[in-house]
Design a binder for this molecule. Sequence first.
Ligand code: CP
Length: 308
Amino acid sequence: MSIINFKGRNIISIRDFSKTDLLYIINTARKLEKEYDSNLLNKHVLASLFFEPSTRTRLSFSSAMNRFGGRVIGFDNPDSTSLKKGESLRDTIKTVEGYSDIIVMRHPVDGAARFVSEISKIPIINAGDGINQHPTQTLLDLYTIKKSFGKLDELSIGFVGDLKYGRTVHSLAHALSHFNAKMRFVSPPQLKMPEDHLEELKEKKIKFTEEDDLSKISKKVDILYMTRIQKERFPDPVEYQKLKGCYKIDKDFLSKTKPGMKIMHPLPRVDEIHPNLDEEEQSIYFEQAHNGVIVRMALLALLLGELQ
Ligand code: CP
């Protein structure tokens, strides 16, 4: 594979990556898994700006930077910053760009990452913007799939749960469209995959189905990608109460699945995967979360120009 120069790029949407880009990052992470220089990023500072809660994304970026000898500044509670005094997001970014070499930001507003990338002098990584995109989650999802199946092409994947507000689903469905995946979307009618995403799949001639009954697809998929019904995204709490707990799987569910099937979940989970599945070989969601570190190491090193 020829060398791609990622130095200085923004990572805003999974749509910003070609298939070649995606494979390049995955392969870089694969190489790092074998060996890496623990001082590679020791001259660099990452600003970690989280306007929404996070465990995995924030801590795996910090861990990635630390493993490379780099430093991390930032906040995970915007109430402790001058935003509380009325400072704008623009002024926050114009300030932080002078304190760091790269910014990772999670924000509740769709498009916030794109806006920030247009005013920042240093690279911006979108760690999730509203219901829009979560591109680095997709990179670690692809990495996990490649590790588990030895390939990305021609797999059948069932996306289950909150497909309307689920930014991880939106990003991953787009990425897998490069690999001719067969997609099966399972959700209540109120939480269906947004029409613009489905239109894009149709244009790319990707096969997909939509249903609300998980049992109809369980024997047909290689990957079951479970998601949480996201309480915080519902404008009407009554609507959430009606839909919470609509899909739950436990150990008994495994008898209704295809041999070799794997269960993924971007996490956090609430009640959609029973803990009695955690130790089963089909369950790879914690491995998936752990893969976030090596994939984010690859991304940081590439964007900071310390790896090619
Ligand atoms: N998957 C994911 O984004 O998890 P966090 O919200 O904990 O970062």
